[in-house]
Ligand binder design. Structure first.
Ligand SMILES: Nc1ncnc2c1ncn2[C@@H]1O[C@H](COP(=O)(O)OP(=O)(O)O)[C@@H](O)[C@H]1O
Ligand SMILES: [Mg+2]
Length: 427
């Protein structure tokens, strides 16, 4: 087949973008996004195409700044690989870049794109010791003010790793939620649809809010929380306030929207169909599909009482997963206790005894008991003057403190939670 390489013209835009889109490396993604490439084409950066009978078989684009040029895309239609197109595009692109003042020309190749031979043929040298680092700002220009107005913020990185124990929940949420959103190209290549909305349910204090914040931190997405009680105070009513918040959220490129105590806004619709609550539930049911349209947004709804949610709200198509977040198991309780015990630096605390004594305790309960024990130890020294060689609470302090705490997860609540898992969990 005969083809020729010529300079890019404005008319080529549609065909070139189609080619790049179809050939974009999915596993690792590209350094330069398709949007950046389109921007560079529009602003007249050097680009060349390989054509045959009016059809575009290959296209390459560079960006020149001063003496430096970067090749940002080079693609050949799959059915024309091995015909030498890339080897012909490279020198043509190089010539254009040099005409604009470039002296050094670089290309960051995704590992799956075996361009090495062609690049070396064109006189490029591989720099194998280089590694590509990148940091994407969570909030784009112009989004900061809006984020502030909504009371949202960019959370520090590392919150996910600070979630102790809860391995079952962590693994599940990481695999179903975090990874598909963090690796969208790879997910798409496997036919996995990244989630747009999830429900976390479980007894109070088990870590639902903590997980929602952890997800945002892992993804580096801004975190915005909706407080139904605050929205209800809005002059226009709750339904109206919800609509407004969702409209504002739509402005963000990427965002995690957290809605706590969602059973308050979407309780089971019973009785008089005209009550105000019905209107709010209906509004939310209408807002979710629109929210789902973009793939860099996640709605996390949390509830202590999944059984009192409206059934339409929970139907597939609105929420991708309904994930139970249960009371911590022994290994999670151990990790939670260890975190508090480690703070005091004492090495003689019997963790196993604490773990055994706190079945049914939530992280919040453990946190409370640990605080009480620390306070006891502190007062013993400061108020009662008993100087201790090892500061910090002892095993007995912790056990005494724990006895003062009523575990949140009573046998009845645990039974209810197990029934809810059987009836509602979708993982
Ligand atoms: N896995 C965990 N590791 C450490 N601390 C946790 C964990 N889960 C919850 N906590 C702490 O327990 C408290 C209650 O957690 P939270 O996420 O608010 O529970 P929920 O939203 O389910 O009511 C918070 O202070 C949180 O920091
Ligand atoms: Mg909470």
């Amino acid at each position: 087949m005969s083809w020729l390489v010529r300079e890019y013209q404005d008319d080529d835009m549609e065909a070139v973008v189609r080619l790049w889109d179809a050939t974009s490396p999915h596993r690792y993604g590209s350094v330069f996004s398709l949007a950046e490439c389109i921007g560079a084409l529009r602003s007249g950066e050097p680009a060349v195409v390989a054509v045959s009978g009016g059809e575009i078989l290959g296209a390459a684009l560079a960006i020149v700044t001063g003496e430096r040029a970067w090749i940002v895309r080079i693609a050949v239609a799959p059915e024309h690989r091995g015909e030498g197109l890339r080897a012909a595009l490279l020198p043509a692109l190089e010539r254009l870049a040099v005409e604009r003042g470039a002296r050094r020309i670089g290309f960051v190749a995704p590992p799956e794109q075996d361009v090495a031979e062609d690049l070396e043929g064109a006189g490029f040298t591989m720099r194998p010791a280089m590694a590509f680092f990148e940091k994407v700002q969570a909030v784009g220009p112009g989004e900061t003010a809006l984020l502030e107005a909504l009371g949202g913020r960019v959370l520090p990185s590392g919150l996910w790793d600070r979630i102790s124990g809860m391995e079952t929940e962590k693994t599940l949420i990481e695999r179903r939620v975090v990874l598909p959103l963090a690796e969208p190209e790879l997910a798409q290549a496997h036919g996995v649809m990244p989630p747009r909305a999830i429900v976390l349910f479980g007894p109070p204090g088990t870590g639902k809010t903590t997980f929602a914040r952890g997800i945002a931190s892992r993804l580096g997405w801004p975190f915005v929380e909706i407080f139904p009680s605050r929205l209800a105070a809005d002059a226009g009513g709750l339904a109206n306030a919800l609509r407004e918040v969702f409209a504002q959220i739509a402005e963000f490129e990427r965002v995690l929207l957290f809605m706590d105590e969602v059973e308050e806004i979407a309780p089971r619709r019973e009785g008089v169909p005209t009550s105000a609550v019905h209107g709010v539930t209906n509004e939310l049911l209408k807002l979710i599909p629109a929210f789902r349209e973009r793939d860099t947004r996640l709605l996390v709804a949390a509830t202590n009482s999944v059984r009192s949610l409206d059934s339409a709200f929970l139907r597939p198509g609105r929420f991708d997963y309904l994930i139970p977040v249960g009371p911590p198991d022994a290994s999670a309780r151990r990790a939670l206790w260890k975190r508090f015990v480690d703070v005091s630096g004492r090495s003689d605390v019997d963790l196993d005894a604490l773990v055994g004594a706190t079945d049914g305790f939530t992280p919040a309960d453990i946190e409370y008991a640990a605080r009480v024990a620390a306070q006891t130890a502190f007062e013993r020294e400061v108020v009662h003057g008993h100087a201790t060689r090892t500061p910090g609470a002892s095993t007995d302090d912790y056990l005494a403190a724990q006895r003062q705490v009523r575990p949140t997860v009573t046998p009845a609540i645990r039974q209810e939670f197990l029934e809810d898992i059987a009836a509602f969990a979708r993982t």
